[in-house]
Ligand binder design. Sequence first.
Ligand SMILES: Cc1cc2nc3c(=O)[nH]c(=O)nc-3n(C[C@H](O)[C@H](O)[C@H](O)COP(=O)(O)O)c2cc1C
Length: 172
Amino acid sequence: MNQVIENILTRRSVRKFTEEKISRQDLELILKCAAYAPSGMNKQTWQFTAITDRNKLDEFAAVIGNELGREGYNFYNADVLIIPSNVRDGIWSKEDNACALENIFLAAHSLGIGSVWINQLQTICDKPVVRAFLREWGIPEEHVVHGMAALGYAETEPSQNVEKKGIIKIID
Ligand SMILES: Cc1cc2nc3c(=O)[nH]c(=O)nc-3n(C[C@H](O)[C@H](O)[C@H](O)COP(=O)(O)O)c2cc1C
Protein backbone atom coordinates (compact mmCIF):
# COMPACT_ATOMS: atom_id res chain seq x y z
CA MET A 1 0.00 0.00 0.00
CA ASN A 2 1.44 3.42 -0.84
CA GLN A 3 1.98 5.97 1.93
CA VAL A 4 -0.77 8.33 0.82
CA ILE A 5 -3.40 5.59 0.92
CA GLU A 6 -2.06 4.33 4.23
CA ASN A 7 -2.24 7.87 5.66
CA ILE A 8 -5.88 8.18 4.57
CA LEU A 9 -6.85 4.80 5.99
CA THR A 10 -5.12 5.26 9.35
CA ARG A 11 -6.27 8.84 10.14
CA ARG A 12 -8.60 8.76 13.14
CA SER A 13 -10.08 11.59 15.14
CA VAL A 14 -8.12 12.37 18.29
CA ARG A 15 -9.93 13.77 21.31
CA LYS A 16 -7.25 13.82 23.98
CA PHE A 17 -4.07 15.79 23.48
CA THR A 18 -0.78 16.12 25.36
CA GLU A 19 0.84 19.43 26.27
CA GLU A 20 3.45 18.99 23.50
CA LYS A 21 3.62 21.95 21.15
CA ILE A 22 3.31 21.69 17.40
CA SER A 23 6.34 23.24 15.70
CA ARG A 24 5.84 26.40 13.66
CA GLN A 25 7.27 24.58 10.64
CA ASP A 26 4.70 21.78 10.89
CA LEU A 27 1.86 24.25 11.47
CA GLU A 28 2.84 26.28 8.43
CA LEU A 29 3.01 23.11 6.34
CA ILE A 30 -0.45 22.03 7.51
CA LEU A 31 -1.87 25.47 6.69
CA LYS A 32 -0.27 25.33 3.25
CA CYS A 33 -1.97 21.97 2.66
CA ALA A 34 -5.28 23.59 3.64
CA ALA A 35 -4.80 26.31 1.07
CA TYR A 36 -3.98 23.71 -1.61
CA ALA A 37 -7.38 22.03 -1.26
CA PRO A 38 -9.77 22.17 -4.18
CA SER A 39 -12.34 24.97 -4.19
CA GLY A 40 -15.41 25.56 -6.34
CA MET A 41 -14.35 27.43 -9.50
CA ASN A 42 -11.01 27.88 -7.74
CA LYS A 43 -12.50 30.90 -5.94
CA GLN A 44 -10.36 30.41 -2.80
CA THR A 45 -12.53 32.87 -0.89
CA TRP A 46 -11.46 31.27 2.37
CA GLN A 47 -9.12 32.30 5.14
CA PHE A 48 -7.28 29.98 7.52
CA THR A 49 -6.61 31.40 10.97
CA ALA A 50 -4.53 29.36 13.41
CA ILE A 51 -4.74 30.14 17.11
CA THR A 52 -1.81 28.95 19.21
CA ASP A 53 -2.22 31.18 22.27
CA ARG A 54 -3.28 28.86 25.09
CA ASN A 55 -4.92 31.60 27.15
CA LYS A 56 -6.90 32.91 24.18
CA LEU A 57 -7.98 29.37 23.29
CA ASP A 58 -9.17 28.80 26.84
CA GLU A 59 -11.11 32.08 26.80
CA PHE A 60 -12.64 31.24 23.44
CA ALA A 61 -13.60 27.74 24.59
CA ALA A 62 -15.21 29.16 27.72
CA VAL A 63 -17.33 31.56 25.64
CA ILE A 64 -18.38 28.73 23.31
CA GLY A 65 -19.16 26.48 26.27
CA ASN A 66 -21.25 29.23 27.80
CA GLU A 67 -23.19 29.83 24.57
CA LEU A 68 -23.87 26.12 24.13
CA GLY A 69 -24.47 25.31 27.78
CA ARG A 70 -21.47 22.97 27.86
CA GLU A 71 -19.56 23.64 31.03
CA GLY A 72 -15.86 22.80 30.84
CA TYR A 73 -15.76 22.83 27.08
CA ASN A 74 -12.10 23.02 25.98
CA PHE A 75 -11.50 21.80 22.39
CA TYR A 76 -10.16 18.59 23.95
CA ASN A 77 -7.20 20.63 25.22
CA ALA A 78 -5.84 20.98 21.68
CA ASP A 79 -2.57 22.82 21.14
CA VAL A 80 -3.76 24.65 18.04
CA LEU A 81 -7.18 25.55 16.66
CA ILE A 82 -7.42 26.22 12.94
CA ILE A 83 -10.45 28.27 11.99
CA PRO A 84 -11.26 28.08 8.30
CA SER A 85 -13.70 30.84 7.43
CA ASN A 86 -15.40 31.68 4.19
CA VAL A 87 -17.79 34.16 2.65
CA ARG A 88 -21.30 33.92 4.01
CA ASP A 89 -23.09 33.72 0.68
CA GLY A 90 -20.50 31.70 -1.23
CA ILE A 91 -22.28 28.87 -3.06
CA TRP A 92 -19.50 26.41 -2.19
CA SER A 93 -18.15 27.91 1.02
CA LYS A 94 -19.13 24.88 3.04
CA GLU A 95 -17.82 22.34 0.55
CA ASP A 96 -14.56 24.25 0.08
CA ASN A 97 -13.99 24.39 3.80
CA ALA A 98 -14.70 20.68 4.19
CA CYS A 99 -12.09 19.90 1.53
CA ALA A 100 -9.59 22.14 3.30
CA LEU A 101 -10.35 20.51 6.65
CA GLU A 102 -9.68 17.05 5.28
CA ASN A 103 -6.37 18.27 3.87
CA ILE A 104 -5.57 19.63 7.33
CA PHE A 105 -6.42 16.32 9.01
CA LEU A 106 -4.43 14.24 6.54
CA ALA A 107 -1.42 16.56 6.53
CA ALA A 108 -1.41 16.59 10.34
CA HIS A 109 -1.65 12.80 10.50
CA SER A 110 1.24 12.39 8.07
CA LEU A 111 3.34 14.50 10.47
CA GLY A 112 2.32 12.42 13.50
CA ILE A 113 -0.09 15.11 14.74
CA GLY A 114 -3.60 14.26 15.87
CA SER A 115 -6.69 16.20 14.87
CA VAL A 116 -10.44 16.36 15.10
CA TRP A 117 -13.23 18.35 13.45
CA ILE A 118 -14.79 20.91 15.79
CA ASN A 119 -18.30 21.81 14.75
CA GLN A 120 -19.34 24.04 17.60
CA LEU A 121 -19.06 27.42 15.86
CA GLN A 122 -21.41 26.59 13.02
CA THR A 123 -24.52 27.88 14.78
CA ILE A 124 -23.00 30.59 16.95
CA CYS A 125 -20.31 32.36 14.90
CA ASP A 126 -22.51 35.44 14.58
CA LYS A 127 -23.19 35.74 18.29
CA PRO A 128 -21.58 39.04 19.39
CA VAL A 129 -19.37 37.40 22.05
CA VAL A 130 -18.04 34.92 19.50
CA ARG A 131 -17.73 37.48 16.70
CA ALA A 132 -15.60 39.65 19.01
CA PHE A 133 -12.92 36.92 19.05
CA LEU A 134 -13.12 36.39 15.29
CA ARG A 135 -12.79 40.15 14.74
CA GLU A 136 -9.77 40.36 17.03
CA TRP A 137 -8.14 37.58 14.98
CA GLY A 138 -8.74 39.40 11.71
CA ILE A 139 -11.47 37.12 10.42
CA PRO A 140 -13.57 39.25 8.04
CA GLU A 141 -17.06 40.25 9.17
CA GLU A 142 -18.54 38.74 6.00
CA HIS A 143 -16.98 35.36 6.77
CA VAL A 144 -18.73 32.53 8.57
CA VAL A 145 -17.25 29.45 10.17
CA HIS A 146 -18.58 26.00 9.26
CA GLY A 147 -16.10 23.69 10.93
CA MET A 148 -12.72 23.99 12.62
CA ALA A 149 -9.73 21.74 13.28
CA ALA A 150 -8.30 21.03 16.71
CA LEU A 151 -4.69 19.82 16.52
CA GLY A 152 -2.19 18.38 18.94
CA TYR A 153 -0.19 15.30 19.84
CA ALA A 154 -2.42 12.39 20.80
CA GLU A 155 -2.29 11.34 24.43
CA THR A 156 -2.95 7.80 23.31
CA GLU A 157 -2.99 6.55 19.77
CA PRO A 158 -6.61 6.18 18.61
CA SER A 159 -7.75 2.65 17.96
CA GLN A 160 -7.60 1.45 14.38
CA ASN A 161 -10.21 -1.14 15.21
CA VAL A 162 -13.00 0.73 13.46
CA GLU A 163 -15.85 -0.33 11.31
CA LYS A 164 -16.40 1.91 8.29
CA LYS A 165 -19.66 0.86 6.79
CA GLY A 166 -20.27 3.34 3.97
CA ILE A 167 -22.06 1.63 1.15
CA ILE A 168 -19.76 1.08 -1.80
CA LYS A 169 -21.05 -0.15 -5.14
CA ILE A 170 -19.27 -0.67 -8.43
CA ILE A 171 -21.59 -1.03 -11.36
CA ASP A 172 -19.98 -2.78 -14.32
C1 LIG B 1 -19.26 17.45 9.69
C2 LIG B 1 -18.52 16.84 10.84
C3 LIG B 1 -18.68 17.36 12.10
C4 LIG B 1 -17.98 16.81 13.18
N1 LIG B 1 -18.07 17.41 14.40
C5 LIG B 1 -17.35 16.93 15.42
C6 LIG B 1 -17.32 17.60 16.68
O1 LIG B 1 -17.90 18.68 16.85
N2 LIG B 1 -16.62 17.04 17.69
C7 LIG B 1 -15.94 15.86 17.55
O2 LIG B 1 -15.34 15.39 18.50
N3 LIG B 1 -15.89 15.22 16.34
C8 LIG B 1 -16.57 15.74 15.29
N4 LIG B 1 -16.50 15.13 14.06
C9 LIG B 1 -15.65 13.93 13.90
C10 LIG B 1 -16.49 12.66 13.72
O3 LIG B 1 -17.14 12.35 14.91
C11 LIG B 1 -15.53 11.52 13.28
O4 LIG B 1 -14.92 11.86 12.07
C12 LIG B 1 -16.28 10.20 13.15
O5 LIG B 1 -16.72 9.74 14.40
C13 LIG B 1 -15.42 9.10 12.50
O6 LIG B 1 -14.26 8.88 13.24
P1 LIG B 1 -12.81 9.04 12.58
O7 LIG B 1 -12.61 10.50 12.25
O8 LIG B 1 -11.85 8.59 13.65
O9 LIG B 1 -12.74 8.19 11.35
C14 LIG B 1 -17.15 15.68 12.98
C15 LIG B 1 -16.99 15.18 11.70
C16 LIG B 1 -17.62 15.77 10.63
C17 LIG B 1 -17.35 15.25 9.24
